[in-house]
Design a protein around this ligand. Structure first.
Ligand SMILES: *Cc1c(COP(=O)(O)O)cnc(C)c1O
Length: 354
């Protein structure tokens, strides 16, 4: 920290991203990326012609991409907002809707960025514990009288809320924004999208990083009432109007034209998830019931850190968070079946060594 850093940020604890090692090749099951490449159409769309256009700024309104999103998800263009990854949407939402007097509520065990954005923007955060079995209790958020952000399915547990539970939270907080972060919804959760028409305080946040195999392109989008979208535009145009680059806009459109490809991949990932869950349970693991592209698992008597380290030594990266209530757990991204079989065989070595 230099002596020039503003005192506002002296106590800020930044988010720690999962490792992206560049030294050797690991089986990467640590940051919930897709094991599959983008659809063939995406590879064709980002061609020499597009690269040659990079001397020109991209369309700041992302009009064609937003039209394609609106068509895909059955909303109006004025209901769609896109940014450089959905982390930016979360950040801009905290900036747009929250301040000292307008705090936000979220669970104790959830996506780590929510508390970082709270700190970054000086927003009071009400951190509500999950139940003993790591579930969000929807009634904790009903009539809460502050903004709410929930990942659905939640991360890193993978456990979803039902549409009815989400609706209860949205309906009972008409004067506050309820942000539903649906980063993992394509792996078996239920989207809150059908509620959009009825509720002006609902913001649904999505990403191309997980089910659409585009983590490296950085593309996130939000859907909500046009007034909420305008608030977010206001922030974006006060920061970086060109935040979604030319190649990513083209790739995004091509991705939306390849829905069948991504649906098939998601179905495969769901099958491999259930296979891996059973295999882990057969090996004495306790595995939370996930509807995401990852499993949150622990083995009684072995620390999460030990499992993480052993797997790393065996060439398999998973995520260990440590910290209260989750130190025993590791989060395992679902890769291909072959990758999961490697994970299982490395785990079997740990068992025979102990
Ligand atoms: C991965 C993830 C995001 C961020 O996605 P990007 O679009 O890559 O920024 C947001 N929320 C949750 C819960 C995630 O797991």
């Amino acid at each position: 920290m230099s002596r020039f850093l503003s005192g506002r940020f002296a106590a800020l604890e930044p988010y720690t991203p999962g490792e992206q090692p560049q030294d050797r090749t690991y089986i990467k099951l640590n940051t919930n990326e897709s094991p599959y490449p983008p659809a063939p159409r995406v590879l064709e769309a980002v061609d020499r012609e597009q690269v040659a256009m990079l001397h020109l700024y991209p369309d700041p309104t992302c009009r064609r991409l937003r039209e394609k999103l609106a068509e895909t998800y059955g909303v109006g263009v004025e209901n769609v907002f896109v940014t450089n990854g959905s982390d930016d949407i979360l950040n801009m939402s905290f900036m747009a809707f929250c301040d000292k007097e307008h705090g936000i509520a979220f669970p104790d065990i959830t996506y780590g960025f929510y508390s970082v954005y709270g700190q970054l923007h000086g927003v009071p955060c009400r951190v509500i514990p999950l139940t003993e079995d790591y579930r969000i209790r929807a009634s904790d958020y009903e009539c809460i009288g502050m903004h709410v952000v929930l990942a659905n399915p939640n991360a890193p547990t993978g456990i979803p809320l039902s549409l009815g539970e989400i609706e209860g939270i949205v309906r009972s907080n008409p004067d506050h924004v309820v942000m539903i972060d649906e980063a993992y919804v394509d792996f078996g959760g239920t989207s809150a999208l059908p509620l959009l028409r009825q509720y002006k305080n609902l913001l649904v946040i999505r990403t191309f990083s997980k089910s659409r195999s585009m983590a490296g392109a950085r593309l996130g989008f939000a859907m909500g009432d046009s007034a909420l979208i305008q608030d977010l535009e206001r922030i974006k145009y006060s920061m970086n109007p060109y935040d979604v680059n030319r190649l990513t806009q083209v790739a995004g459109i091509a991705s939306l034209e390849s829905d069948a490809y991504y649906k098939a991949n998601a179905e495969t990932i769901i099958k491999v998830r259930e296979y891996t869950k059973k295999a882990l349970e057969n090996r004495g693991f306790i595995v939370l019931p996930s509807k995401a592209n990852f499993l949150f698992a622990k083995k009684p008597g072995v620390s999460g850190e030990e499992i993480y380290q052993h797997l790393r030594d065996g060439g398999v990266l998973v995520r260990w968070f440590g910290g209260a209530r989750v130190w025993e757990f590791v989060r395992i991204t679902i890769g291909t079946k072959a990758q999961m079989d490697t994970l299982l065989s490395v785990l079997d070595k740990l068992r025979s060594e102990r």
